[in-house]
Design a protein around this ligand. Structure first.
Ligand code: CA
Length: 666
């Protein structure tokens, strides 16, 4: 989600029920006991099913059992028994697989609406009731052999951010299971021009990890009316530990969405690609009606001075990660996805809403499962928060949560123009002031401490925020705002179509050659457009879908992106893991206005390219420069990647074409 209030309000405000007072009269949250055992929610065996709910403020809790996920009368209503540390327990004898249940909490004499609870892992249609299943039944064939993608350094990762519908929904995708988890399991799919699409396309492009937009159960799509083909990004969480039903082939049968998501993970792993989940623990779809509110009113959210929901998310509420059972909830939830679904990474929406201690705790717990699990997030929030600034997991505090990366809006906006100035361009579109230049250099050094960067001149940050380049995401576009092509069209109206395409290529060259972790938005490699609509969270498929005919029409763009990724993955000089390495081996060289020039000492980091020279020319016109003497091989020049047929050059005077990059080695 976005950096800003305004957008967040647009994105979430229309989806969210009216804000109302939290029920802070239920007592002092600090007195609520912490329950530390791992049996919250359902414990299933064929002999019995046990349900445990943490609801310390409840006066009574009724468990209702149903035959269906929606509708019908309860088969049983059972008074749950008060148990240890604020929990309530009930046991259902016999094999209850296939049945559904809800909890109904009474607190302060008031009986709240039914809820599937917060610890459920399987739900019926629209996530209204929790389901009794045996998780072992959801494993696809061969799941026991499925392995997470191991990475040596996080800088080895190349992220591709994707919405399920964007990727596969178009008629010309060649994919059968359009808009579903299963789309990513289909091998051998082709565009009408006979080019690879789907998962084969991803392998061809060479990315290492797919970041899937929210895929937990969210609230904005009616799963019982999927034929209406409604679209939403899904930043409106309902059940955090169950997959979204709209992406399954059958949202009514609880096991199906779980099995199909696992099939997706398995297929990507077999293709050598990791899966990163976009997680949105910072707020819920609704306030008083959320599963959090219907279980322990008020506890999971922060309150402002008047006892109202505070709103750092811009969506009507914000969660309170600093409270022990909220911290525990978020941590156990990501652990569950990592362990049960073999997830390779997590992208935290509006991460600054979470406190630093929670992020560090969660990183430590994930490391116990695998240090290859990548964690990153938006180091900002979308409104004011009662959480003091020094406790926020913001990018400015980034050094206090090691091994967790933050998005660099500094390099993003340095390249494309500031997000709040719609008509304003950046370095890649020809706006080449010192501020742009230093913001690009900030990206090149991976937001680390480097003696040749003037941090005071950088876009939004006056200091490096990464301990190491493994802790920053360099990017120029994501689902938010205009996609890259549309942004360039908007700010470079005076440029020719050919020049605009060169701006796109230059911008991504900076992303892919910079130290740090590169990230591209799905479809940018096909020169996608969103029809110049800025925020498309609920726009129809016609706006959001990838048009696969572009793979032929814009084959030049695809070839360039593919070449960039291939080069990065083959050459460790672009993927240094420590600040010390970058400071020692990356040297900026004085260069004409509107250009950035630097060398990489490849030899020092085991690269077969002993020395690498990189030049970015943001000027629309060509620039005369001087190459150091030597036998150089040019792999990128004048808007072309030529890895397989580099041109040799002996140094001396050199003409760098407008809006282009030079990459050479010797
Ligand atoms: Ca849903």
């Amino acid at each position: 989600m976005k950096t800003i209030f305004k957008l967040a309000a647009i994105v979430c405000g229309v989806l969210t029920m009216a804000c109302s007072k939290t029920q802070t009269s239920v007592g002092d949250f600090a007195t609520y006991p912490e329950y530390k055992k791992n049996d919250l929610g359902l414990t299933y065996t064929p002999e019995k099913s046990t349900l445990r709910l943490w609801a310390p403020s409840a006066e009574s809790v009724t468990l209702r059992v149903y035959a269906e996920g929606v509708g019908g009368e309860a088969l049983e209503s059972i008074a749950m028994k008060k148990s240890a540390k604020g929990t309530w327990v009930a046991t259902l004898e016999g094999d209850r697989k296939g049945q559904f249940y809800t909890y109904q909490v009474t607190t302060e004499g008031k009986t709240l609406a039914e809820t599937p609870g917060v610890w459920n892992k399987a739900v019926g249609v629209n996530g209204l009731r929790a389901a009794i299943i045996d998780l072992a039944d959801t494993n696809p064939e061969g799941w026991e052999n499925d392995r997470r993608i191991e990475v040596e350094n996080f800088t080895d990762i190349v992220i591709y951010e994707m919405h399920h519908r964007d990727f596969s929904i178009a008629d010309n995708s060649g994919i059968t299971n359009k808009g579903k988890f299963l789309a990513l399991t289909e091998q051998g799919t082709l565009t009408p021009d006979g080019l690879k699409s789907g998962i084969d396309h991803l392998k061809e492009l060479g990315i290492t990890h797919v970041h899937i937009l929210p895929s937990y159960d969210y609230g904005s799509i009616d799963e019982s009316r999927l034929e209406e083909n409604k679209y939403n990004w899904g930043y409106d969480p309902k059940n955090y530990n169950a997959p979204e039903g709209g992406y399954s082939t059958d949202p009514f049968t609880p096991e199906v969405r779980i099995r199909e998501m696992k099939q997706m993970v398995q297929a990507l792993h077999e293709a050598g690609i990791g899966v990163i989940m976009d997680v949105v623990y910072n707020h819920t779809f609704v306030n008083d009606g959320s599963n959090f509110s219907l279980t322990v009113p008020g506890y999971y959210y922060r309150q402002d001075e008047d006892g109202d929901y505070s709103n750092a998310s811009g969506c009507g509420n914000e969660t309170a990660s600093e409270r022990p059972m909220v911290r525990r909830y978020i941590t156990e939830s990501v652990k569950y996805w990592a362990q049960e679904f073999h997830i390779d990474g997590f992208r935290f929406d509006l991460m600054a809403i979470h406190d630093i201690a929670t992020m560090n705790h969660l990183r430590k717990e994930l490391d116990k499962i695998s240090p290859s699990i990548f964690v990153y997030g938006e180091g900002w929030m979308a409104g004011g928060s009662p959480l003091p600034g020094e406790l926020q997991a913001s990018k400015h505090n980034g050094k206090q949560f090691p091994r967790i990366a933050v998005f660099s809006d500094d390099v993003r906006d340095g390249l494309r123009g500031e997000w709040m100035s719609a008509g304003e361009g950046g370095f890649a579109t020809g706006k080449v002031t010192n501020r742009q230049k230093e913001s690009i250099k900030f990206g090149v050094v991976g937001a680390t401490e480097h003696p040749q960067v003037d941090y005071e001149a950088v876009n939004y940050s006056s200091a490096p925020y990464a301990n190491n380049p493994t802790e920053v995401i360099n990017y120029v576009s994501c689902h938010d705002d205009e996609c890259l092509r549309d942004k360039i069209d908007a700010v470079a109206k005076d440029a020719t179509p050919e020049q605009r395409k060169r701006m796109d290529l230059l911008a991504q060259t900076v992303v892919m050659t910079s130290q740090g972790v590169p990230f591209i938005f799905c479809g940018e490699e096909l020169y996608r457009t969103k029809q110049h609509i800025r925020n498309t969270y609920n726009q129809p498929d016609e706006i959001n879908r990838i048009d696969w005919s572009h793979k032929k029409t814009h084959a030049d763009v695809f070839a360039y992106y593919k070449g960039l990724i291939q080069m990065r993955r083959s050459h460790p000089a672009f993927r240094m893991a420590t600040t010390e390495q970058v400071a020692a081996n990356l040297k900026f060289i004085d260069s004409p206005e509107g250009t950035v020039m630097y060398t990489l000492n490849g030899e020092a980091v085991g690269d077969e390219w002993k020395e690498i020279l990189v030049i970015y020319n943001g000027n629309r016109g060509g620039v005369d420069m001087v190459f150091p003497q030597g036998e150089w091989m040019l792999v990128c020049e004048d808007g072309r990647m030529q890895l397989d047929a580099p041109r040799s050059f002996t140094g001396g005077p050199f003409y760098v074409h407008g809006t282009s990059a030079i990459i050479a080695y010797r």
